[in-house]
Design a binder for this molecule. Structure first.
Ligand code: NAD
Length: 253
């Protein structure tokens, strides 16, 4: 039981990486606070878990983030792990010329400000618990430049990486570790909705040495390690889980 006696809050827990991680964290002994803007989806996830509550929160809203942390402490008495995972990829996100300002603002509000707000209210709770682990979901696009244009998404994930480094340094002496998880392209709803034709999917697969998209449960395994005490000397890291994508220069046939 790698998360025995830990209380973990997961945002975006209603689907994809968040749901798989909730299931894994629960199997490893954690009490889980399943947070999602889609309340029904959060409840569906919570039903799969042993000890859990579902909370509806929009991570781009300060009041919602404050409330989700309060609910965690109210239900389980403390918070040990904060997984800032909720994110969107808007299908209208494109190159700088075509992308509407509203798409930019919404993407930054959820993907970047959402991480800031999670930390703003989550860090005091982790300090009350004597420390803890924060995992922020970034993406390989924060390091590589995207093969298909998605200017707002790419910028938002770059912000997550930069924030993670600062948070790690500033809170290191408070026994709080902060790491960024950088998934490669996954076979989840988020990406498959964006890559909605064979041509678009194949364009992305060209870059993957393994020749396949990743699975959400493969990211959950990495989140588990970063959340657990097994990674006790790891902070400020960019943890790539990408099927070799960022290592590739030329992909073998
Ligand atoms: P997903 O769409 O399956 O799940 C995302 C969840 O976040 C959904 O349940 C959604 O309702 C929730 N959500 C959206 N906006 C929210 C908000 N404002 N407040 C609270 N919850 C909100 O996506 P996923 O693939 O599991 O993605 C999870 C994270 O992983 C995201 O940050 C995404 O950017 C990142 N990521 C995904 C991929 C990929 O290929 N799927 C690759 C790299 C990074």
């Amino acid at each position: 039981m790698r998360l025995k006696d830990k209380v973990a809050l997961i945002t975006g827990a209603g689907s994809g990486i968040g749901r798989e991680t909730a299931v894994l964290f629960s199997a490893e002994g954690a009490a889980v606070v399943a947070v999602d803007v889609n309340e029904a989806a959060a409840r569906e996830t919570a039903k799969l878990l042993k000890s859990s509550i579902a909370v509806r929160a929009d991570v781009s809203k300060a009041a919602d983030c404050e409330k989700m942390i309060q609910e965690a402490e109210k239900a389980f008495g403390r918070l040990n792990v904060l997984f800032n995972n909720a994110g969107i990829m808007d299908s209208r996100d494109d190159d700088a010329i075509s992308t509407d300002e509203t798409v930019w603002d919404r993407t930054m509000d959820i993907n970047a400000k959402g991480v800031f707000l999670g930390c703003k209210y989550g860090i005091p709770a982790l300090r009350r618990a004597g420390g803890g682990s924060i995992v922020n979901t970034a993406s390989f696009v924060a390091l590589m430049g995207a093969a298909t244009p998605q200017i707002a998404y790419t910028a938002s994930k770059g912000a997550v990486l930069a924030m993670t480094r600062e948070l790690a340094v500033i809170h290191a002496r408070q026994n709080i570790r902060v790491n960024a998880l950088c998934p490669g392209p996954l076979r989840t709803e988020l990406l498959m909705k964006f890559l909605d034709t064979d041509a678009k999917r194949n364009r992305r697969l060209v870059h993957l040495p393994m020749g396949r998209f990743g699975e959400a449960r493969e990211i959950a395994q990495a989140a588990l390690w970063l959340a657990s005490d097994e990674s006790s000397y790891v902070t400020g890291a960019e943890f790539m889980v990408d099927g070799g994508l960022t290592a590739a220069y030329v992909t073998p046939e």
